[in-house]
Design a protein around this ligand. Structure first.
Ligand SMILES: *[C@@H]1O[C@H](CO)[C@@H](O)[C@H](O)[C@H]1NC(C)=O
Ligand SMILES: *[C@@H]1O[C@H](CO)[C@@H](O)[C@H](O)[C@H]1NC(C)=O
Ligand SMILES: *[C@@H]1O[C@H](CO)[C@@H](O)[C@H](O)[C@H]1NC(C)=O
Length: 406
């Protein structure tokens, strides 16, 4: 189950055009082996003990602290040097973030000519490494200019099953990492919650609206709904859904289900009507709790998740049903069937509202805050690869391998 078992021989998993004409026998053999192993690995559940062992990994350092005081500016300039999946939409959508969402006094630009005055330069992983560059060497050209106190930021928010590359070429290149993993310098989860302070908790305890809330009664539809638009299935979602359907009705909408005939918004409007949202991630990686989970909480639904790895340091304990907390998927299904019928039991999944509140963490705000914080040391990632490899993802499954090869 270790991370070392992931096959990493190219940057991107979407490699469709390998022509194995000369090696077809070897190729077929390899395929059979991967299918068999993939099936076996699908049957393996990770126990808490195994997860514990993973977390025993030796404490290796992937970054080096550079001597010297950080240079702090009252209004740091952040330069988005690359696109985000080929598009500059992330700049246009975020350019006002420092005026509206987090008025911390940073400025954001995508104008490369401002490299000399930029305090942080952000590079999005898939836009500096793509399939076209992996074979012909790295064609992305980093700026020639680099000021000593400038912070170069490695940005990636995709689950790590999507990254199969060797990043040794970037040793010593980046100062900070910006990702959804908790060990990132700029920690940007897809959602978050904070614990209520004593005063807020006291208010919540006597809040009659909260005390009388009937999440069960507010649902017009029985059972669960899933919206799936990324049809490959690294984490075996469809198999789990198939089993759950023996116990509760499950409707699948989105590109990989019924579609959204009346548009995306009409699909979104369907979601809150159902008792459960099947918030299955497309990948099963450490710290990877995507917006699927957070949005179902915000909608007043119970998320059904399939987490083999421990996530209660990010998610709110008692707010979800994890199918892997049961001895089998059938056992989970039969329990969910119960919750689907029992109002008291159903509503008990919303007790977290007396102790927690949902909050918004923006990577942009976090980056700005760090740039202005003199407690953050100067540093450089001498082992970019090690940093990525130190994360755990569930082993690659058959469907992913087949998808990657063909
Ligand atoms: C490597 O991963 C382990 C387990 O998640 C973690 O405790 C440790 O801090 C990580 N090491 C570094 C240097 O990030
Ligand atoms: C419903 O769930 C509650 C809480 O778990 C339990 O005490 C009660 O017996 C259940 N009711 C029925 C009818 O099963
Ligand atoms: C960033 O990394 C570079 C290259 O390794 C290093 O020379 C520089 O001192 C680092 N800067 C900061 C602000 O950490």
């Amino acid at each position: 189950m270790g991370k070392g078992k992931l096959k990493r021989d190219g940057f991107w998993s979407r490699r469709r055009c390998i022509a194995p004409s000369r090696y077809w026998k070897l190729f077929v053999l390899l395929l059979i082996i991967t299918v068999v192993f993939g099936m076996l690995s699908d049957l393996t559940y990770m126990s808490t003990e195994q997860v514990g062992k993973l977390n025993d990994r030796t404490e290796k350092q992937f970054k080096t602290i550079v001597t010297g005081e950080p240079v702090l500016r009252t209004s740091p300039k952040i330069l988005l040097y690359t696109n985000f999946f080929g598009s500059m939409k992330w700049y246009h959508e975020s350019k006002d973030v420092y005026q509206t969402k987090c008025p911390l006094g940073c400025t954001l630009t995508n104008d490369k000519s401002q490299i000399e005055s930029a305090d942080a330069v952000v590079y999005h992983l898939s836009d500096i490494a793509s399939q076209s560059t992996i074979k012909s060497g790295f064609s992305f050209s980093f700026p020639k200019y680099r000021r000593q106190d400038q912070v170069w930021v490695f940005f990636n928010i995709e689950p790590l099953t999507m990254i199969w590359g060797d990043m040794t070429v970037w040793q010593g290149m980046f100062n900070w990492t910006w990702s959804y993993t908790q060990n990132s310098d700029v920690y940007a989860p897809y959602g978050s919650a904070t614990t209520l302070n004593a005063e807020e908790a006291a208010v919540a305890e006597t809040n009659s609206e909260l005390l009388n809330a009937d999440f069960f009664g507010a649902k017009t539809e029985n059972g669960g709904i899933a919206m799936i638009s990324h049809c490959t299935d690294e984490a075996r979602r469809y198999r789990i859904i198939g089993t759950l359907q023996k116990y509760i009705p499950v409707r699948i909408i989105g590109r990989c289900g019924e579609g959204c005939p009346d548009g995306y918004l009409s699909c979104n409007a369907l979601l809150p009507k159902y008792k459960f949202y099947l918030a299955f991630e497309n990948s099963d990686c450490e710290d990877y709790v995507s917006e699927k989970y957070w949005r179902s909480l915000a909608r007043g639904q119970i998320p059904i998740v399939a987490w083999k790895l421990y996530h209660d340091d990010i998610a709110i304990p008692g707010s979800y049903i994890n199918v892997y907390d049961f001895p089998s998927i059938d056992a989970a299904g039969s329990y969910i069937q119960e919750v689907n019928k029992n109002k008291t039991l159903y509503n008990s999944y919303f007790k977290w509202r007396f102790t927690h509140k949902l909050s918004d963490v923006s990577g942009f705000c976090e980056l700005c805050r760090k740039l202005k914080d003199d407690a953050v040391p100067r540093m450089v990632y001498h082992d970019m690869n090690g940093w990525i490899m130190n994360q755990t993802c569930k082993p690659v499954t058959v469907s992913l391998i087949v998808y990657v090869l063909f």
